[in-house]
Design a protein around this ligand. Structure first.
Ligand SMILES: C[S@@+](CC[C@H](N)C(=O)[O-])C[C@H]1O[C@@H](n2cnc3c(N)ncnc32)[C@H](O)[C@@H]1O
Length: 216
């Protein structure tokens, strides 16, 4: 990642709040770099569920990955921001749409990402979404997830408090509903292929993990 990437990705967003969020997220959170490492050798199209402001798509383009990317989010304000930022950055083959992932998923065959959204779903909704996402991954492709894991750690308690704050400050439309455990992911995803789970909290106090399904 080049030193000016956080500033470049923040610049197209109109409000100071979004600009500060984007810049500090890209600087301090290891998430997008980890997804880049997982997907950089794959030519397959990407479906990004709960894409927010479209940051992952812009980050991957700025780092030279050219596969088509479709981002879906149920918050129209974020999708509108993603459209505006995308127009200013002038990248090709990026598509953002408003869609509630609890209402099923569109057709797709490639890679899929689900980053920091599962906590808004009930356990049955999480299971359904993971199954639908895994079915849209082509053999040799990946489902890349970041989620906080429910466990006994202090990190987990800080994660819950952080998500409640995001709701109270109106950054998120919803409060957290349920956090899955590592064994939930293994149980639901291992019928589709190999599952890897590793910590991905970087310099943050949150209990975030990267979960990767490599499809058979
Ligand atoms: C913490 S943000 C993560 C954004 C993005 N994945 C990223 O990592 O930059 C969670 C996102 O999930 C979206 N979201 C929550 N529930 C959703 C649902 N049912 N369908 C689609 N998007 C949802 C929110 O609007 C929000 O943009």
């Amino acid at each position: 990642m080049t030193a000016d990437l956080p500033r470049k990705l923040a610049a197209p967003f109109p409000g100071i709040w979004d600009r500060s969020y984007v810049s500090s997220k890209v600087k301090t959170d290891p998430l997008y770099g980890a997804v880049y490492d997982e997907l950089r050798t794959s030519p397959l199209p990407l479906l990004d569920l709960g894409c927010g402001l479209g940051l992952l798509a812009f980050y991957l383009r700025e780092r030279g990955l050219e596969f088509p990317i479709r981002g879906l989010d149920y918050d129209p304000r974020k999708i509108e921001s993603a459209h505006r930022a995308g127009a200013k950055l002038s990248h090709q083959a990026l598509d953002f749409d408003t869609h509630d992932a609890r209402e099923g998923l569109p057709e797709h065959a490639g890679n899929v990402t689900i980053l920091d959204i599962l906590q808004f779903f009930t356990p049955p909704e999480q299971e359904t979404l993971l199954g639908l996402a895994a079915q849209r991954v082509l053999p040799g492709g990946k489902l890349v997830i970041r989620s906080a894991l429910r466990d006994e750690s202090w990190r987990f308690k800080v994660t819950v408090a952080g998500d409640l704050f995001a709701k109270a400050s109106f950054w998120m439309k919803a409060a957290p509903t349920h956090y899955p455990t590592a064994s939930d992911f293994e149980r639901v995803l291992s019928p589709y292929g190999k599952v890897r789970i590793k910590p991905l909290w970087g310099g943050t106090p949150f209990n975030n993990h990267l979960i990767v399904l490599e499809r058979d």
